[in-house]
Design a protein around this ligand. Structure first.
Ligand SMILES: C[S@@+](CC[C@H](N)C(=O)[O-])C[C@H]1O[C@@H](n2cnc3c(N)ncnc32)[C@H](O)[C@@H]1O
Length: 401
C-alpha cells in the first residue's frame, strides 16, 4: 500500500478516497451528535486526518531524520515531547484531552537489590522475559479502567498493578508512545480481546454450569472476578511457579479457584484435573511465548484430556510476532517470544486433530470500536470490510473439540 500511494496507483486512489469519504461521514455525524467541535469544512478536516494517519506509514524516515534520528522509534516519539509539549496527534480535533503518563501513574516503588522491586511489602521476583509480559497486559487493563469510558472496566486490574508497585510508564508502549497516541489506541486490543475471551467463557458456562474453566498463562489477570462463575464450575489458572507466587500475593484469592504452578508445555500438569466434564479453555497473550512444538503438544494434551469443550485464544500472525518484537525491542518481553506465529486459522486443526475452528472474532468488527479515537475508528471501519486486513489486526480464534 505504501508503494501504491507513492506511485499514485489506482488502488491507492480508491483506498484514499474511501478513507476520506468515511472520515467525512464520521466528522459530520460526530459534529451532529455534539461529540466533536463542528468544522466549517468537514471534507478538509477529513483529508487532514487521513494525512496525519498516512504520514506515519509513508514518511517515517524523513520524519525521523527531521528530529535527528535514523529510524522512527520510541526515541523519536520522546523527542516530540522534548520540552514537555504533549503531542495529541490522533485527537487534535476532539474537545477533551486525555491523561498523559503522569496522570496515569502514581505508583511509588523502591529498588532494593539489583532487579528486585519492593512495594507495600511485596518483593517482585526476578522474572524471565516471558513472565515479565504479565505487566504489559495487566498494565493495559489498568489504564483502560482509568479511562472515563473504559472498554473493559476492570478496576481490580488497577488495584493489582498498584500493589506490585510496577510503573506502567516503564513499559515501551506507555512511555514515549503515550505522548503521541491516545491511551485508547494503546490499550484497545488488550482490553477488548480480554472482554471477548470473557464472553466466550460466560457463554460456555451458561450452557454447561459444571464446566471446567482453564485460564492458560493466567499471569495476574482477574478474569475470574469479571466472569464471576457459579460455584458449580471448576476454575483453574496455570502459570510458571514465579508468577503464581506473585499472583497469590497481589490478586485477591477466591476459595473456588485452583492455581497450578507449571510449565504448560510439560504434559503432567493436567493429570489431576477432572476429565469427565466439558471444558472451556482460554489463553490471553500466551501463544507467542510457547515454542511451536510445546504449543502443539499442549493442544493435543488438552483435546485428549477432556471429553468436549471450547478453546479460544488471541492469535499472533507471523507479521504480528515480528511487529511486537520490533516495537518492544531487545531486552524486554520480546526476548521471550519464541513462537513464529501462524497465518492460517485452520492450522491448529492439523496440529491437534479434534479441534474445529468455529469463529474468528475480528477486533475490527466489534461494536467497542465506537469508543475508539477517530483515526482508529476510520481504520477499523475500512479494515473490517476485508478479512485479510482484519486478520492483520487482533483476532480471537475459537475452536470446538
Ligand atoms: C502476556 S502474559 C499474559 C498473562 C495473562 N493471561 C493476562 O492476560 O494478563 C503471558 C503469560 O504466559 C505465561 N507463560 C508463558 N509461557 C508459559 C509456559 N510455558 N507455561 C506457563 N505459563 C507460561 C507467562 O508467565 C505470562 O504470565
Amino acid at each position: 500500500m505504501v508503494r501504491a500511494i507513492h506511485d499514485d496507483a489506482p488502488t491507492a486512489g480508491t483506498f484514499v478516497d474511501t478513507m476520506v469519504e468515511e472520515s467525512e461521514a464520521i466528522v459530520r455525524a460526530e459534529a451532529a451528535a455534539g461529540t466533536m467541535r463542528p468544522s466549517s469544512d468537514p471534507r478538509a478536516l477529513a483529508v487532514l486526518n487521513i494525512l496525519i494517519g498516512l504520514a506515519v506509514l509513508t514518511m517515517p524516515p524523513p520524519l525521523a531524520r527531521a528530529l535527528g534520528s535514523e529510524r522512527f522509534g520510541p526515541d523519536v516519539l520522546a523527542n516530540l515531547d522534548a520540552d514537555g509539549r504533549a503531542v495529541h496527534a490522533t485527537d487534535l480535533h476532539r474537545r477533551h484531552a486525555y491523561a498523559d503518563r503522569y496522570g496515569l501513574v502514581d505508583c511509588c516503588a523502591s529498588v532494593t537489590t539489583e532487579g528486585e522491586l519492593t512495594h507495600m511489602g511485596i518483593t517482585l521476583p526476578n522474572l524471565t522475559p516471558a513472565q515479565q509480559s504479565v505487566f504489559i497486559t495487566l498494565g493495559s487493563r489498568a489504564i483502560d479502567s482509568r479511562l472515563s469510558h473504559p472498554f473493559l472496566g476492570d478496576a481490580m486490574a488497577d488495584e493489582v498493578i498498584r500493589k506490585t508497585g510496577y510503573d506502567v510508564a516503564d513499559l515501551p508502549k506507555f512511555g514515549a508512545m503515550s505522548k503521541v497516541f491516545d491511551p485508547r489506541t494503546l490499550i484497545f486490543d488488550v482490553a477488548v480481546r480480554a472482554k471477548k475471551l470473557d464472553e466466550v467463557v460466560q457463554r460456555f458456562i451458561s450452557h454447561h454450569p459444571d464446566a471446567v474453566v482453564l485460564d492458560l498463562g493466567v499471569g495476574l489477570d482477574t478474569r475470574i472476578f469479571r466472569v464471576n462463575p457459579p460455584s458449580t464450575a471448576g476454575w483453574y489458572g496455570i502459570d510458571f511457579p514465579e508468577v503464581i507466587d506473585l499472583r497469590q500475593q497481589v490478586v485477591p484469592q477466591r476459595t473456588d479457584v485452583h492455581s497450578i504452578s507449571a510449565d504448560l508445555t510439560e504434559p503432567h500438569w493436567l493429570d489431576d484435573l477432572p476429565s469427565d466434564r466439558p471444558a472451556v479453555i482460554v489463553a490471553d497473550g500466551l501463544v507467542p511465548f510457547l515454542p511451536q512444538d510445546g504449543f502443539v503438544s499442549m493442544l493435543n494434551h488438552l483435546v485428549d484430556h477432556f471429553p468436549s469443550g471450547e478453546l479460544a485464544f488471541n492469535a499472533y500472525t507471523t507479521f504480528a510476532v515480528k511487529a511486537a518484537k520490533g516495537y518492544l525491542g531487545a531486552g524486554s518481553a520480546a526476548d521471550g517470544m519464541v513462537n513464529p506465529g501462524f497465518d492460517d486459522p485452520h492450522a491448529p486443526e492439523q496440529w491437534a486433530p479434534g479441534l474445529t475452528l468455529i469463529e474468528e472474532i475480528f477486533l475490527t468488527r466489534v461494536p467497542e470500536n465506537a469508543g475508539q479515537t477517530l483515526p482508529m475508528r476510520l481504520w477499523s471501519r475500512l479494515a473490517a470490510r476485508s478479512t485479510a486486513l482484519s486478520r492483520r489486526g487482533t483476532v480471537v480464534f475459537r475452536y470446538r473439540f
